[in-house]
Design a protein around this ligand. Structure first.
Ligand code: TXA
Ligand code: MG
Length: 326
């Protein structure tokens, strides 16, 4: 199959109506979209990504009214949706019967999101069905934040990539569930919408983070996500560099530019240490270091663990290898 890239939404509509797949731009990362109500299209998504069938898919719609056809909203959840949708938030909600089990991998909950990208909102508005869309990368590799990243991973496997430019936020959406019994929100996957943002929008309701490794099928919890092919060590450069074999050339990902000794190349995420900019560039930088023929190994320094920094550190932790694995 030939994979083409363009900005033709008519073509995307036609393909999706015929159960074909289209990579779509969102403000977080590119998604690999298919008709969420078609078993044929959903099966193609799992196959193209080589994704385990037990890992459920996010349902994408363009309005809250549409979302209400597929899930039950508690008033608190509705409030959060009003504030952050369209946007980089995914809500885990009790599903309605209209959602096929194939999308939720049998779970009684469905993940719903309204992406904040004009091309994709236009596309959704012109379709008589919602879109199932995981990140448009082969399962286990780094998520794509540009159309070129999508092509790198899925060339020949899908007919069309709708190019909406580089993703603005650059990290996958924050996944949240309201726990009515305990009266708090649970963040299952950290993103650019932070715990403080969620608490602030709901008059100070408490927000907790799910303990890592809670369950393999739980949102964003698969361990080997976002991983580059090259080994990645996470920690302070000064400490890690000392124990590295002298023959290895390392690319060092830092928040701000740093001067490093020879045989080390610095890949700063932001000129001035801006965390939002760092988040938007993270996946592109990881891919760049991974593809650099002069580099054997990646060292990533943690960024300050506050606000969006927590989501950046989370992705680096998932991409990391331990010294023992080298
Ligand atoms: O920003 C995003 O969320 C992007 C764009 C394309 O919308 N999508 C995305 O999808 O990151 P994906 O499939 O790569 O990650 C979705 C995560 C997975 O970890 C999956 O296990 C979890 O959400 N998930 C989806 N549906 C779920 C459900 N019903 N229950 C629990 N977890 C769910
Ligand atoms: Mg993904």
């Amino acid at each position: 199959m030939r994979t083409e890239t363009g900005t033709d939404t008519d073509r995307a509509v036609k393909l999706l109506k015929a159960d074909s797949l289209v990579a779509i731009p969102t403000e977080t990362v590119y998604g690999l979209a298919g008709n969420a109500l078609s078993a044929v299209a959903v099966e193609k998504i799992y196959a193209a990504k080589n994704r385990p069938r037990f890992n459920p898919l996010i349902l994408h719609v363009h309005t809250l009214e549409k979302a209400a056809a597929y899930a039950h909203f508690h008033p608190v959840e509705h409030r959060l949706a009003e504030v952050f949708m369209p946007g980089s938030l995914t809500l885990l909600l009790d599903k309605k019967p209209a959602v096929p089990d194939l999308i939720t991998a049998g779970s009684a909950q469905v993940a719903i999101r309204i992406p904040a990208h004009p091309l994709t909102l236009d596309l959704l508005q012109r379709l008589p069905f919602p879109l199932a869309a995981p990140s448009a990368n082969p399962s286990g590799y780094i998520s794509p934040s540009t159309a070129a990243h999508v092509l790198d991973g899925l060339n020949g496997k899908i007919p069309y990539i709708l190019d909406g430019g580089p993703a603005r936020a650059g990290l996958e959406s924050t996944i949240v569930r309201w726990n009515e019994a305990e009266h708090h929100f649970i963040i299952y996957r950290k993103g650019t919408i932070t715990a403080e943002d969620i608490s602030h929008a709901t008059g100070g309701l408490p927000v907790i983070f799910v303990p890592p490794g809670t369950s393999i099928t739980t949102a964003g919890q698969l361990k080997s996500h976002y991983a580059p092919d090259k080994p990645l060590l996470m920690g302070r450069f000064a400490e890690l560099a000392a124990s590295l074999p002298l023959t290895l050339r390392a690319g060092v990902i830092t928040l701000i530019p740093a001067t490093l000794p020879e045989r080390f190349v610095c890949f700063p995420l932001s000129k001035e240490g801006n965390l939002a900019e760092a988040a938007s560039r993270l996946f592109a930088v990881l891919r760049q270091v991974d593809a650099d023929a002069d580099i054997d190994i990646i060292i990533a320094e943690p960024v300050p663990d506050t606000g969006i920094g927590m989501a950046i550190n989370d992705r680096l932790q998932r991409a990391r290898h331990s010294m023992k694995e080298l």
